[in-house]
Design a protein around this ligand. Sequence first.
Ligand code: PDD
Length: 285
Amino acid sequence: MSRTVYVNGDFVPEEEARISVFDRGFLFADGVYEVTSVLGGRILDFDGHAARLERSLAELGMGMPVTRDALLEIHRRLIAENGIDDGLVYLQVTRGAADRDFAYPSQDTPQTVVLFTQSKPGLADNPLAREGLKIISIPDERWGRRDIKTVQLLYPSMGKMMAKAAGAHDAWMTEDGHVTEGTSNNAYIVKDGVIVTRDLGPEILHGITRKAVLRFAREAQMKVEERAFTLEEAAAAQEAFVTSASTFVMPVVEIDGHPVGDGRPGPIAIRLREIYLDESRKASL
Ligand code: PDD
């Protein structure tokens, strides 16, 4: 069934949606995006995603194309028109269409704004959360400003294929002997009862789920350390897990073919998933 998508002010059937071949998102990956989850028809952590969008745009010298309120209304209308119960809203903003030139076009070039939904029935009841993920490690070969959520996703996409080829679900990327993050999620281990995850900086995306999960962990009196950790530490960890808007909190049970802990989802990851889903549903819009 055809979806209704949003393109530059219009709600149109997906077959009729058009953007220019000169769009800088297409030619230069000159654009940023957000993925926001929807549970029971309501949006999780809209404010967090809107705030990060504004920051990503500002880091690239762009402003918000529409107000936050207008953005929320677009999300809501797409969710309603497409009958989304559980799923995702994808949003992309690019610097717009201009004749191909490495220099940015003039500031009055209209940005391109695209949003669409993806229906994912049972998103919060993913059986993988009970089994846990198998991951491999790969070198982090992305650019240096991973804190900006740009649409340059080729290396993460290659990483996902390397994982698949190795019979795993996903890959953790490493740099200078330390784990940065997963291909599309933030990475955590539990060591001596302490939750360890990379500290914020340009090396990783500042996950919206990460921020919420760390707050819930601290509120539940769990110990958290924000610092870089090595693959060796991960191999010896009691637990490991990842977080993202599309997977929430997802246990990791195997790294490079070796079981993490007893090879089953750990109690801290399971508990954090429950808390995250409960609290985020309560605060959903
Ligand atoms: N990815 N790190 C990377 C590299 C990511 O691409 C993502 C999200 C995250 C987690 O961020 P958040 O908790 O805000 O979703 C961390 C999204 C889900 C995607 O590209 O589909």
